[in-house]
Ligand binder design. Sequence first.
Ligand SMILES: C[S@@+](CC[C@H](N)C(=O)[O-])C[C@H]1O[C@@H](n2cnc3c(N)ncnc32)[C@H](O)[C@@H]1O
Length: 408
Amino acid sequence: MLDHVLRTLSSDTLLACLIPTLLFFSSLYFYGIPSLSELRQNVAEIVTGRRRTTFGHFSVERAALSYQQYAKLSRNELATMRASYAKLGRAHKRVGYDLGYTAKLNRLQEATAVNAKVSEGIVQLAQEQFSDRLSYLDWQGAGTHGDLPRVRESLKHFMRDWSEEGREERANIFGPILDVLNEVTAPGRRGMRVLVPGSGLGRLAWEISNAGFAVTANELSFFMNLAFRFLLSEKTTQRVNQHTLQPYASWFSHQRTIDALFRSVNFPDALPRLSRNLELAECDFLTLRPPSPLQAGDLVGYDFVVTLFFIDTSLNIIETLEHIHGLLKPGGSWINLGPLLWTGGGQASLELSLEELLRLADIVGFDIAADADGPRRRRMIECEYTADRAAMMRWLYQAEFWVATKVR
Ligand SMILES: C[S@@+](CC[C@H](N)C(=O)[O-])C[C@H]1O[C@@H](n2cnc3c(N)ncnc32)[C@H](O)[C@@H]1O
């Protein structure tokens, strides 16, 4: 009897041990040997049912977590501001109160709630559209801290790209680019492809697609991509000016009045949708390949590459220019407008002056006609970037505009 029990037990036990052992060794064979910390993390994930991973700075996971944490992180910041105020002596607190400073802090709390409606809408849509990647996230944020400045920057882009308030700034920088593209006859545009790398919240790409070109809006950062998707989706955005933000509320500096600080901006002033003329490429621009032609017998590559406030984000500007060159058709045009604000701290391999950059364009195989007339004229354009028009401080770029032709 005991013998039978032992035999049954040992064959069942053997089977029970053999299968996981086989699975374990085959996973080692296919995926390699995990480190001790990876093993510990995997076990913790199995036990808690939550995935704790470090994500890329611009990944969909990090962006979604950051939008989700927007309200919490903003409230933490407000708590710090309240604590600083509370340190004042009684007499000064009284003056602060009479000035309305505590009421101002309360208005900041209200503004955060207004903005959080948008950030929560963005997260909800992201959870639906990226359920495969986001359903395992630790939403309590124990492992990953949200990036509040990047969320705020993207929210400001709603103002610049998609509100009446941003119209003047857009006209100043989109205008010269659209003037060059508008030189192509309307029928001619139908067979032409345009790439907009670093397209941000997509307004320029959308404008170009409305003019009749087939446009690829390429953006690496999911802080931008999730926000643009929020506008593109019929689920989250059905009407012009449906949403409201108070985009300036978080920075008390340089404000003339409290009303200016807390002013609301409605958006979007137009309804963007993906179409045959507008597609997204949510990836690193350097991984893009030249597209096949739209018309039989045409050449491979884009007719135009349009870079707006983009090239100076490159860590290797030589690679960027070579890649723009490689993506264009022979004879195609690269339209550029922007400053040279290189990523600091020695992160960029080269931080070129304008003079050096123009020589590099020539080495790579571009011709920038210095004496071109009309819309293609190389020139300096004074412009701003997501500026607060009512503030006491304005950051003015003397940006450079050129149209370069792929000649070699
Ligand atoms: C200064 S912003 C300008 C955005 C947009 N062109 C505008 O004017 O609003 C630069 C943008 O380029 C994006 N970017 C930087 N490197 C990129 C890359 N390798 N591939 C795609 N996008 C990139 C950034 O995420 C950012 O949104």
